[in-house]
Design a protein around this ligand. Structure first.
Ligand code: GDP
Length: 408
């Protein structure tokens, strides 16, 4: 493990108002990434069989608090951990706790219903935790779908700066694709959701070029490097625009927006690309404060640093209790004895695991930046911090902050 690979990790949540399509989208993300097998590549052109199979496995995949998948972007493998954020307002504290461990999130809106109250609440919670966001406008295939209306509502209701990174090609029953404005192309999808890219046609190019210029201008407003190129009338290629947009997103100044239809398997792969392109890795996030006695220390995601891991969810699954945690600093190893802040005692790490769609996979160690589970701990508590006996950090106490010492 080194910091190079850590830059390819994304720990993200999917937030949405109930019914916006979070469950459907999560399933499609797992499927598109191959975490769930592409069973029956083609069954008379219908993908339903595959999704029936997914449905049967839902208990395992969708029930898990964190699922790890891999996604190739430009021939580079990335590791994504999808963290479940409870959607229901009754679980506000659980939502807060799960938002703490995210590096970024995808907000799902319905193209028909737009920005609804629950998404507004979770959006604001995410902003309080400074979690950079992407927006995915789902259900573009449904009667009444409007991409433009969702953008307007994001501005009005969320005070957000939506940065549409493309344009839907058609709406409602005519929704068939996506005009990529960052890396100019028209994208359509086959029955399995695989993208097919083609150049902008001559008659539409003028319109798309103007839309791309508006995007460049909007990003340049928040990014000096891009603004300079823009002022100098330099050509702005895909890589330059993508890098500038990534900086803007990580700084929390704007939200890339894309659209699709999860149920029709359209735009799922473009979303996975956007997650890699724009959401931060653990290395892009600020150091986290931890209490140590009367002091506050700042911990950065260094596998060689002192151990600090935060428990954010305790679940009781078929095979026993599962304690989900994020390692913020140091390395957690099986066999280690760790100090637990809430119960104020030492515990041994018996089994460490990650959930990969349909199976739980045992591992020997987990480094800073990883989301993992300890299996078999009875009476574990969400909010607990694990650290070395002589360090005794607490990541989840909010109280008056004395001097902040940088950790060295
Ligand atoms: P959740 O409550 O946010 O998890 O939403 P679900 O994923 O359960 O979806 C709610 C309903 O919307 C279900 O009936 C889905 O089949 C449907 N749905 C989800 N995505 C789409 C979509 O892209 N288009 C259409 N037409 N329906 C969708």
């Amino acid at each position: 493990m080194n910091t190079f690979t850590l830059s390819r990790w994304r720990n993200l949540g999917i937030i949405a108002h109930v019914d916006a399509g979070k469950t459907t989208l999560t399933e499609r993300l797992l499927w598109a990434s191959g975490a769930i097998h592409r069973i029956g590549e083609v069954h008379d052109g219908a993908a339903t069989t595959d999704f029936d199979e997914i449905e049967q496995r839902r208990g395992i995949t969708i029930g898990a608090a964190a699922v790890r998948i891999d996604w190739m972007r430009d021939d580079v493998d990335h590791r994504l951990t999808l963290i479940d954020t409870p959607g229901h307002i009754d679980f506000a504290i659980e939502v807060e706790r799960s938002l703490r461990v995210l590096d970024g999130a995808v907000a799902v809106f319905s193209a028909v219903d737009g920005v609804q109250p629950q998404s507004e609440t979770v959006w604001r919670q995410a902003q309080r935790h400074r979690v950079p966001l992407l927006a995915y406008v789902n259900k573009m295939d449904r009667p009444g779908a409007s991409f433009a209306r969702v953008l307007a509502q994001m501005r009005e209701k969320l005070d957000a700066t939506p940065l549409p990174i493309g344009l839907p090609l058609g709406e409602e029953a005519a929704f068939e694709g996506w005009v990529d404005l960052v890396d100019p192309a028209v994208v359509t999808w086959d029955a399995h959701g695989n993208a097919m890219r083609r150049a902008w046609s001559d008659e539409s190019a003028l319109h798309y070029v103007a839309a791309r210029q508006r995007l460049v201008e909007a990003v340049a407003e928040h990014d000096d490097a891009l603004a300079q190129l823009w002022l100098d009338e330099q050509p702005i290629d895909a890589a330059t625009l993508r890098a500038a947009l990534r900086r803007v997103v990580i700084a929390g100044l704007g939200v890339p927006v894309l659209a699709g239809s999860a149920i029709r398997n359209k735009g799922v792969d473009t979303l996975l690309d956007a997650i890699v392109d724009y959401l931060p890795s653990p290395l892009d996030r600020p150091a986290v404060p931890a209490q140590q006695g009367e002091d506050t220390v700042l911990l950065s995601p260094d596998p060689q640093g002192p151990l600090a891991a935060l428990v954010f969810k305790v679940a009781h699954q078929d095979h026993g209790p599962v304690t989900y945690m994020r390692v913020y600093s140091g390395t957690l190893r099986t066999g280690d004895a760790v100090w637990c802040s809430l119960s104020a005692r030492m515990r041994r790490i018996g089994r460490l695991a990650v959930v990969q769609a349909n199976r739980t996979h045992d591992i020997d160690m987990a480094c800073a930046g990883e989301i993992v589970a300890v299996l078999g701990w009875k009476d574990a508590a969400s909010g607990d911090t694990l650290s070395d006996a002589h360090m005794r950090f607490a990541l989840d106490t909010i109280r008056a902050q004395p001097a902040v010492l940088a950790w060295r």
